[in-house]
Design a binder for this molecule. Structure first.
Ligand code: NDP
Length: 256
């Protein structure tokens, strides 16, 4: 394995099958690399395949196992096909990371129906569709790890993000409920709530806003995708067997 997959955590996921949505860039890419680096076979999901293939190739080049699945997380049929294909290919599904997400920021008076629907459908409905599809094979296998990428915006709100914070608060509510439903089958369901992490999504804020954001973060810097991936890796590990229905905030102290 190359350095890209190395993690400070010693986690053994060998023999486990994982799905990571939004794995083509940003947090999803880092999460896919970290899970693969710990031995998991990773199904990389996104709509576009070019960058997704780059993620899968990086995993393979490092000696890991990865497959590419072009899928829109808002399309229930396509989501079901991904889960079915993974179970057919790798026998079981152990880990699901619902990471695919979008923003369409604007203040509430200017927020269009499309801005609302695009964000809620991708972030919340997409998480629901993958969770529902994954629940059955995980229940049959009497084991599972579902990790939903929420946001500090879903915990404390953020002007210009009514659609996004509603979707992420919804993800947190769903996480707590599904955790209670599935705990008896040894399936844990947790959320990670990142603060500001350096990805294309935050780049879109522009340098002026980003400087202001850094001033507000107690750690005085934005986070790196790997710092979110390590949190996901911990929740996917054996060490987190008894943790479910929780939100792990990784934000440099922003919400402390
Ligand atoms: P990016 O915009 O860098 O990447 C988003 C990923 O999601 C891409 O792989 C994209 O691929 C995929 N995606 C988007 N829409 C869909 C869809 N409908 N179906 C399938 N895949 C889709 O985002 P980040 O890496 O920054 O964010 C990842 C997650 O972390 C998101 O849920 C985000 O809300 C959350 N988050 C990010 C923070 C940050 O600071 N970056 C802070 C807090 C939370 P494609 O377009 O090809 O489909």
């Amino acid at each position: 394995m190359t350095d890209t997959l190395k993690s400070p955590l010693q986690v053994d996921l060998s023999g486990q099958a994982a799905i990571v949505t939004g794995a083509s860039r940003g947090l999803g890419r880092a999460i896919a690399l970290a899970l693969a680096g710990s031995g998991a076979k990773v199904a990389c999901v996104a709509r576009g395949t070019d960058k997704l293939t780059e993620t899968a190739n990086a995993i393979r080049a490092a000696g890991g196992t990865a497959e590419v699945f072009a899928c829109d997380v808002t399309d229930g049929q396509s989501v079901q096909q991904v889960v079915d294909s993974v179970v057919e290919k790798w026998g079981k599904l152990h880990i699901l990371v619902n990471n695919a997400g979008v923003t369409r920021d604007t203040l509430i008076p200017r927020m269009s129906d499309e801005d609302w629907d695009a964000v809620v459908n991708t972030n919340l409905r997409g998480t629901f569709l993958f969770t529902r599809a994954a629940a059955r094979p995980m229940m049959q296998g009497r084991y599972g790890r579902i990790i939903n990428i929420a946001s500090v915006s879903g915990l404390s709100g953020n002007p210009g993000q009514a659609n996004y914070s509603a979707s992420k608060a919804g993800v947190i509510g769903m996480t707590r409920t599904v955790a209670k439903e599935l705990a008896g089958r040894k399936i844990t369901v947790n959320a990670v709530a990142p603060g500001f992490i350096e990805t294309e999504m935050t780049e879109a804020l522009g340098p002026v806003v980003l400087e202001e954001v850094k001033r507000r973060i107690p750690a005085k810097r934005v986070g790196q995708p790997a710092e979110i991936a390590y949190g996901v890796l911990f929740l996917a590990s054996e060490a987190a067997n008894y943790i479910t229905g929780q939100v792990l905030t990784i934000d440099g102290g922003l919400c402390a």
